[in-house]
Design a binder for this molecule. Structure first.
Ligand code: ATP
Ligand code: MG
Length: 428
């Protein structure tokens, strides 16, 4: 026999038995997004590589080593999206969502791709939910986005398991001033820097602060702090964010080392972190990116957003919150012969017409009644409907609860739906 083909390393199937946990998260996401007036956008998984080079930045882990890129037949370089903010901004520009000072509140959900070292909480295909707002400057829309995420944690029962860290990266001028101080400090400690950081010292020194190398922890933790040297305007922005969050009852911690891995952030950056997941503790991250629209060829427009890692949130739910239960199917049809199968298919259609929300499974293969009853039990259905020779002859249907020890009832075929409604499947 030929060897079976397996999935790629770091890329996972989501099997039928766990898909309900995804639906649970997705349903809450949809509800919360609607509650804040955000509308869903679906952008392509495949984009021109240039989009990510221009937005995320050349000197980032993602662009340097994590993108899945290939040359198309016409010579274009295409990449599987490693994140979705760039695509959202591209779509917003392309479809005129940023003209005439419009405000757009959008959200998305979908798979992202990064060639990282696969480990718990870090995959090569992973799913993100994100929210983005264009056209609103200032701290209050940042507050709204944080409130939205906090409400989602509350809906999912995670509020006790996540905490918020915030920081300000200031304006471009603030960062230019800071960069000079940082470079001086890092040059003084050049022997302690790893190879990546030495390279970044000249190309993008702020990125050195975002290192994941534990050996760099000491040098990074002693580095000068950007927050100490913000302009009065940037400080005011950050202060207003903090007081809005406090007024709305959102606790937070200022983490002066929080810089975020991508080039496009300015002013507020934030992360929701947890102790419940070991090393991969960031479950949601975001910030303001006012410069991004200009980088992508449109007029400057304020932008702010966040993205959460769905696998990490689902793992946190599994470990710390009420797990979602899979809805049970209503009906399993046990059908005793070929003729009974056809009659069962017809009856199942009539039942679905009457009660479209009921789940009805027909045993479509000719097999013994005993094995079909076993399948009915295994399906976790609440009721079995039985058609065999006797029922065919008398135009009746057997109805049997798969939950209570009760005898099978014989019901005229045209009364099956009302008997099910009244006696077996009454809404709780
Ligand atoms: P990390 O610091 O964990 O590498 P990041 O800064 O690269 O995260 P973002 O690009 O901000 O992550 O993505 C937002 C969220 O998406 C992260 O907070 C995380 O929850 C999730 N995420 C990022 N990369 C992965 C991955 N490879 N596998 C699973 N989830 C991921
Ligand atoms: Mg990363």
């Amino acid at each position: 026999m030929a060897q079976a083909v397996k999935s790629i390393k770091g890329v996972h199937d989501i099997l039928p038995e766990s898909v309900h946990t995804w639906h649970h998260l997705e349903n809450h996401v949809r509800e919360v997004m609607r509650g804040y007036g955000y509308r869903e956008i679906r952008t392509p998984i495949l984009e021109k590589s240039e989009l990510f080079h221009r937005s995320i930045g050349e000197v980032t882990d993602i662009v340097e080593k994590e993108m899945y890129t290939f040359e198309d037949r016409n010579g274009d370089y295409l990449s599987l999206r490693p994140e979705n903010t760039a695509s959202c901004v591209r779509a917003a520009i392309q479809h005129g969502m940023l003209t005439n000072n419009q405000v757009s509140r959008i959200w998305y959900l979908g798979p992202m791709f990064r060639r990282e070292n696969p480990q718990a909480g870090r995959y090569r295909q992973f799913w993100q939910v994100g929210a983005e707002v264009y056209g609103v400057a200032g701290p209050y829309v940042e507050s709204e986005l944080i409130l939205l995420s906090a409400r989602l944690w509350q809906q999912l029962g995670l509020q006790e398991h996540v905490s918020l860290q915030i920081n300000s990266l200031g304006s471009t001028e603030d960062r230019d001033r800071y960069r000079a101080r940082l470079v001086e400090y890092l040059n003084d400690h050049i022997d302690e820097l790893d190879e990546d950081s030495k390279r970044r010292l000249t190309s993008n020194p702020l990125r050195v602060l975002d290192t994941k190398n534990p050996a760099m922890h000491n040098v990074v933790s002693q580095a000068p702090v950007l927050l100490d040297d913000l302009s009065p305007e940037s400080s005011e922005h950050f202060d207003k964010l903090q007081s809005a969050l406090s007024t709305c009852g959102i606790g937070f911690e200022i983490n002066t080392r929080l810089v975020r891995g991508l080039d496009y952030y300015s002013h507020t950056v934030f992360e929701w972190v947890t102790h419940g997941l070991g090393a991969q503790g960031t479950v949601c991250a975001g910030g303001r990116y006012d410069g991004l629209t200009e980088q992508l060829g449109a007029k400057p427009t304020p932008g702010v957003g966040w993205a959460l890692g769905m696998e990490r949130i689902l793992e946190l739910i599994a470990r710390s919150a009420e797990p979602a239960t899979e809805p049970e199917p209503e009906i399993f049809m046990v059908l005793g012969s070929e003729q009974a199968i056809v009659s069962g298919l017809e009856l199942a259609e009539a039942i679905r017409n009457a009660e479209p929300q009921w789940s009805v499974t027909c045993s479509c293969a000719v097999s013994g009644m005993k094995s079909q009853f076993k399948k009915a039990d295994k399906s976790r259905a609440k009721v079995a409907l039985i058609i065999a020779d006797n029922e065919l002859e008398n135009n009746t249907v057997g109805v049997k609860s798969l939950r209570q020890k009760q005898d099978q009832q014989t019901v005229p075929r045209d009364q099956v739906v009302s008997v099910l409604r009244n006696e077996f499947l009454t809404p709780q």
